[in-house]
Design a protein around this ligand. Sequence first.
Ligand code: ATP
Ligand code: MG
Length: 422
Amino acid sequence: MAKQIQAIRGMNDCLPTQTPLWQKVEGTVKQVISAYGYNEIRMPIVESTHLFKRAIGEVTDVVEKEMYTFDDRNGDSLTLRPEGTASCVRAGIENGLLYNQEQRLWYMGPMFRHERPQKGRYRQFHQVGVEVFGIDGPDVDAELIMMTARLWRELGINDHVRLELNSIGSLQARAEYRTALIAFLEQHMDVLDEDAKRRMYTNPLRVLDTKNPAIQEILVDAPMLSAYLDPESQQHFTGLCELLDAAGIKYQVNERLVRGLDYYNRTVFEWITDSLGAQGTVCGGGRYDGLVEQLGGKATSSVGFAMGLERLVLLMEALEQDDVRRSVDVYVVTAGEGTLTAGMLLAEKLRNQLPQLRIMSNFGGGNFKKQFKRADNVGAAIALVLGENEIAQNTVVVKDLHGGEQTIMAQDEVAAKLAALI
Ligand code: ATP
Ligand code: MG
């Protein structure tokens, strides 16, 4: 036998048993986002490597060690997108969507990061991203958070996620804080690990979200970013908090929340669950007012978030919110000369009348017992049974597969009876 070829580590198939839950999550996300008047944008999966280096920052986990980068046949360096914001901004600038106008956009699709695969962390994963351009907030920052809160309610996970919020201020304020933080870290060189030492001069804020307990301990006395916030950012943040209070959305201000990518300023937030172990961040976002200009456009206020669909699906499974509508409503059972054709034609007619109804035909024959077993396996609620007698009389037997009762009726009347199932 030929050797089997397997999927790439960390890149998963989504199997037919799993897709119904995925479709439910994706459908709910789309419905909630459109309720706010946002429009979908679709970008390529591959971009020029420069884009991510410039947007995300050279000294970030993503660019330093997680990107799938390769040379195209003509020698250009390309990268499988590790996130969507950079591509979205690139597309916005290139197509003239951002200058002097507002855009409320969303996208959904696969992202690629070369990380160590584990529960909730994969090499191909899927994000929904929402990005708003041309509005400086904090009203729109609050709207994005309300949108996510609504989504958690719709998915039935709202009691199991909490919101952490922070303001990381203007670039200027951060530069001043950076100097103070480096000075502090320099006094604790003996405690810092390799990662922290490497980052302290290039990206010292990242040291703040270290997982190393010894460093966490010394950080208790580190200078606080909030003490360096510029008055405008402070006011912006107060405005956001007031809007969230008015909307009844609970949050916790986490002064150590800085997010992993370089482009953020002012608002940053994360929705976190404690039900998935270490990979608990289901959604993260914030403001990135400098990015459009940094990528060659005119300065444009920008804010957005991205959520990981695998983690949402895992959370719904963990909370047993994963009951999804069965994929077949009606199963057509046939037995006897000419009944298969008649059954298929009846199914076609019903699909004309009730496009929402899912009808599956039995193929490959089999006795009634076998056919009812198949109907049961696919979760059908009703079986339509056609034998030679029924065809001769233009009738059909309608069998309730759960209750067991069965009635015989004219074929023309079936649609009205089945309409109740949708
Ligand atoms: P983490 O701290 O978990 O590595 P991150 O800060 O790198 O997350 P973002 O770049 O903000 O994540 O991406 C937004 C969301 O995408 C995350 O909150 C998470 O839900 C999801 N996500 C990120 N990386 C992965 C991955 N490798 N596998 C699955 N989901 C991911
Ligand atoms: Mg990460």
